[in-house]
Write a protein that binds this ligand. Sequence first.
Ligand code: AMP
Ligand code: ZN
Length: 494
Amino acid sequence: MQLYNTLSKKVEPFVSLSETIDPQDKQVKMYACGPTVYDYTHIGHLRKYVMDDVLVRVLRHAGYDVKHVQNITDVGHLVSDDDEGEDKMEKGARKYGKTAWEVARTFEDYFWYSLDKMGVLRPTLSCRATEHIQSQLEMVLALEKQGFTYVIPDDGVYFDTAKLERYGELSGHDPRQAHRESRVGEITGKRNPSDFALWKFERAGENRQMVWPSPWHPRSFPGWHIECSAMSVEHLGEQLDIHTGGVDHIAVHHANEIAQSETATHKRPFAKFWVHHNFLRVDGEKMSKSLNNFYTIDDILKKGYQPAALRLLFLGSHYRSEQNFTFASLDAASTAWQKLAMMCVQLRHDRGEDDVLAESEQQNTVALAAQFEHDFFEAVENDLDTPTALAILWKMLKSDIASRQKYRLLLEFDRTLGLGLAGLQEADIAAFAPANQELDLLDLPKFLQDLFAAREAARARKDFATADQIRAQFQEAGYELIDRADGVVVQKKQ
Ligand code: AMP
Ligand code: ZN
């Protein structure tokens, strides 16, 4: 298994921390930055969590016992990355006329709903920042004790980045320099432009909804970065194998997580592998809540697309490349998904027929199937090369290996891709068909075409019992057979 590591800027062989001690001990501790739950989850987020999901599935297939922890940011993420401005939760509260607490739960629910639709496996553990106030406070106190912090009165407790030799190594440049060049309106009292808030104080007259007492201020709250450092230590220990997030987190959020964690625990590196996902764009712009150019999973469903089609679209581009979302590309993915689903159902139907294959044919088929299997997993284990893996999947389906082998491989590949093929019902195929219109037989799965022909034959010999039985089979598969004077018509069941 190989993964690109933002820390080294190289694709590296993946060896987990436990394996370096005992090669048989294949554990992975993975921490994924979760959503800030102040507004609807959009499909840009979904691309990130689908690819995290693929990573977990690939690691599990490779034999790792993966503990996947993902946080829910429900406090402390300010509108600006520079510790200024409103808390996003309070902003959401104003926008939706709810309390900050209601907003947090509403959009956390929507996040899970969206992920479930996309077939994303739930993390081993999900943790909310507001339920880990004590551990965050303790980490800030530990940093304070070591002399890495200072207090700006009426503002907050800050981390002094000048005290760290290696601050900012993740982004490969000195962010202190970048900050110096770009920043204008600094927070008065910051010693260095890149210093960041560990704990913030309520401003006079602010009347925040989410506040806690701390040694520095009676009404205060954690900064955004501290939650990930504190919760990852609490749930995974002082060092992680993999930490994931979007590329937007590299320069500030993750640089700050590293500063906090490595200072507090005296362990380096905080995370062995840093995996960063690139953006989903729409019309060339980053899809984001703040730009209001986003689609939710419900927008996609309302337009008649299936979530698996969107997932297939995501898998078609590499997670480290930007992807530009267009409905034309979703249409193409949808057509591919329908074809794949149809083939899957057909193969499930056909696989018994392989018994009649000659022994020599079977041997060829087994060798070729083994090659496809090898190539597929080589691709996904090569820094999650899902576009290549998909190409191998299609090649396998077009090959002349036995249906039984195809079906077996398809389901095995899908345990990594997560399109939900194993649970696909014959009736699910009917969902692709347009309602209230006569359907072309050729657009139905082949086993239904065969059944249709069998029914015609039964009717011709006046075997109405068989004809009725086949009608019932069509109904089960989601279709209606309508007997008309000029022949039988197939429609999608109402
Ligand atoms: P947020 O809720 O903004 O903290 O984002 C949660 C995660 O989704 C972060 O890892 C972001 O980097 C990622 N993310 C946000 N917008 C996009 C996008 N348009 N495409 C891909 N990932 C995104
Ligand atoms: Zn984080």
